[in-house]
Write a protein that binds this ligand. Sequence first.
Ligand code: ZN
Length: 281
Amino acid sequence: MRLANISGRLHLVTPDDHVIDVSMETGGHFSPRIQDCYERWPELRSVAFTLEQWSGTPLADVLPSSFGNPAPQPRQVFAIGLNYAAHAAEASLAVPDDLTVFTKFVTSLAGPHGTIVLPPGTVDWEAELVVVIGRGGYRIPAEEAWKHVAGVSVGQDLSERTLQSSGPAPQYSLAKSSPGFGPIGPLLVTPDEFDDPDSLELGCSINGQEVQKGNTSDMVFPVPEIIARLSQVTPLLPGDVIFTGTPPGVGVGRVPQRFLNPGDELVTYVRGIGEMRHTFQ
Ligand code: ZN
């Protein structure tokens, strides 16, 4: 199943690439607010098959600018640092023995298209797989973890490196939380849509030049392990968002270092989900 936030309303994307307004087509049984659907995830999944038989608007006719973040108001946002060994190496940091966790404050979340204002400093890119929780839980075993996932999407963990490295300890959460620094979208795709949800190609390009290309199979802590370890400490709630870490190729690890400039266009993708497109000013 695939979902989208189109013009602020929950839509289902059918297997033949049409979009259905879920609230409208169920006579208001479901809220048009996409964040609400995670609270009623099993029920939505059970009606999705019927809704998918209906005809809707062709997906290709939806303007890119109409797509919003498919998880816009999570109660908790987790982000995992140094989750690809080659990225830890380019950051001159050791591969961690356990999760390195920070948050991106919810006001940093944004949709998959648009313009992002660069704050002063050095802003870097981090293409990431984003996981959205469907069924919450506490102390979820890794073997059960994918059953707790509503779906996955494309994310960017934009990071202002000067602030991040100022002070005696890294300022990950604040440095990664300027407005627009956490774009997600365009679609939320359920794990069963993939042959192997633990092996997804992802990456990004700047002005048409590829800067990151990796595969989630190279994660130090794969998605089930992230969910098991996070939920060992803190309960996960429906609609929670997890940024799962970035593969190598970020700007701070380059010689010479490279950062985003006004006018740059950043395209971020996860194969099988779609792509996001942002410009900077
Ligand atoms: Zn990251």
